[in-house]
Design a protein around this ligand. Sequence first.
Ligand SMILES: NC(=O)c1ccc[n+]([C@@H]2O[C@H](COP(=O)([O-])OP(=O)(O)OC[C@H]3O[C@@H](n4cnc5c(N)ncnc54)[C@H](OP(=O)(O)O)[C@@H]3O)[C@@H](O)[C@H]2O)c1
Length: 329
Amino acid sequence: MITEYPPPMHATTAPVPLGSTGPRLLPMGVGTVQWGDRTVWGYGQRYGVDDVRDAFWCSIAAGVTLVDTAEIYGWGRSERLIGRFLRTVRSPVFVATKFFPFPWRLSEGAFFQALEGSLRRLGRDQIDLYQIHWPTPLVPVERLMEWMALAVERGLIAHVGVSNFNVDQTRRAYAALSRRGIPLASNQVQFSLLARAPERTGLLELCRKLGVSVIAYSPLAQGLLSGKYSLVHRPAGVRSVTLLPSLVRLGPVIAELRRIGDAYGRTPGQIALRWTIEKGTIPIPGAKNGRQATENAAALAFALSDEDVAALDAAADRVVPDRLAPKRG
Ligand SMILES: NC(=O)c1ccc[n+]([C@@H]2O[C@H](COP(=O)([O-])OP(=O)(O)OC[C@H]3O[C@@H](n4cnc5c(N)ncnc54)[C@H](OP(=O)(O)O)[C@@H]3O)[C@@H](O)[C@H]2O)c1
């Protein structure tokens, strides 16, 4: 049992409530798909358990107590690692995990079996935020929310979230839960300077109106917005191919992140993360080690001006023009 924490980092940002009735948290979490995933992220090759333990501890030390995982990350490895780390911490940690509606397990029984598996790996009696990882055409949103409501009523989960739900699916999830007197706490979607669909489809606006928190995943565009990658210095592994189209177009956004970062004495990645906070979302940057976690958390220690946000919007528009963006509705 660790009894002494590193000194807490100064966070100038006020905590925000999760959804309309959830706890107040600093508007940043730590993403953990990297904690155990070998295929995309190279866990066990270029970094390992000591690195991700540091990422956990540095996040907690900085006040970043929302830890986002999923049963499928490293096929349970991420949840198991978090379970181990949680046993060494005394202060409260808000754990969010996810149910993946695979086509071969679409029954209420399969849902509860998956939930029990997550509880066991995390070593918890209750999950703070349980999210449907992706919607599925094979089960109506209303039925998924029925299972979530049952899980709340049985005390297995404290708050209900969804992920990758569009405007219509979010409305339906919200309405289905409301009929049971349960709020929809959050919708986790891809959102960054290179992925602005939630702004353009009206999803951010809808969530703001309904009091549903938007949790922004891949807020650094899988590392691209840290500014360390280029066509010459490409990321290792699968990302060197999947991120290639973005790498080709990235230049103007990185230039703007650097220009604004220089004025604030911040890194491009910190400016990119702060932009998502200024948009009213809760980013969950993935961190592979303590250095990354600490650097990311420092985005809580300053604010961007409206002019800087507008300049970043404009730079992003030049890279992903409006005509390529999905239409509202
Ligand atoms: N709900 C969903 O469907 C869904 C989908 C994807 C992700 N997620 C969640 O969202 C989290 C974040 O998304 P993501 O991991 O895809 O992408 P991300 O947060 O945009 O990027 C994370 C990667 O960026 C690099 N990085 C992070 N901090 C850095 C720093 N300070 N300096 C330099 N490089 C840094 C690291 O990779 P390198 O060092 O290797 O570059 C890290 O693995 C995930 O961990 C997961 O919890 C959810």
